[in-house]
Design a protein around this ligand. Structure first.
Ligand SMILES: [Cu+2]
Length: 188
């Protein structure tokens, strides 16, 4: 009994200890709400970054932030509000034209998934825009402004100065342009 049993017994004790440690690790992983949430947030952020990556990488996107920030100084007159309904798979402004000047796009995502609203100035027909890697090549047009990805049921506003000209309103999430999320818009 003495010598032979000591070794298996200590081995058992070691195994039991290991099992306990594993349990403890699992418990902190599950019940530690903060840690779990952090992991989830990081995952969501990674997803969002991947989704937005394409636009962020285009040279036009850099211009977008400047364009979006710029209108504050221009004119200062009252903006004309154009309601825009976005859904799968369409972009529908309440009016297809407006008078040139300050315009506020009041966009509502009536769909189930996140979309964006991009305002491009271009003489190319809204359904003939040049594409690259599954979305419209914004560097081939003049990017006036954008409402970045916003979720289903959300409403967002974008105020821009629109000189007289032809525009396209679109959602440039990869694949959404091809599905029909674009429409012509005119300022005159
Ligand atoms: Cu979309």
């Amino acid at each position: 009994m003495p010598m032979l049993n000591t070794r298996p017994a200590s081995l058992l004790a070691l195994l039991a200890l290991l099992a306990l440690l594993a349990l403890a690790a699992a418990a902190t992983g599950c019940s530690g709400g903060g840690a779990a949430r952090q992991q989830r947030d990081a995952a969501q952020q990674a997803l969002a970054t991947r989704a937005g990556g394409l636009q962020i990488a285009t040279p036009g996107a850099a211009a977008a932030s400047t364009a979006a920030a710029a209108p504050a100084g221009g004119g200062g007159g009252a903006a004309t509000t154009i309601a825009v309904t976005i859904t799968e798979w369409s972009v529908t402004p309440a009016s297809a034209r407006t008078k040139a000047g300050r315009v506020e796009f009041a966009a509502k995502n009536g769909g189930a998934i996140p979309h964006e609203l991009v305002v491009l100035r271009t003489d190319t027909a809204h359904d003939k825009l040049e594409q690259r890697a599954g979305s419209v090549d914004e560097s081939k047009a003049r990017l006036v402004g954008r409402i970045a990805l916003f979720g289903g049921g959300e409403e967002k506003k974008l105020t821009v100065d629109l000189p007289a000209g032809k525009y396209t309103l679109l959602c440039n999430v990869v694949g959404h342009y091809q599905l029909g999320m674009h429409v012509a818009f005119t300022a005159d």
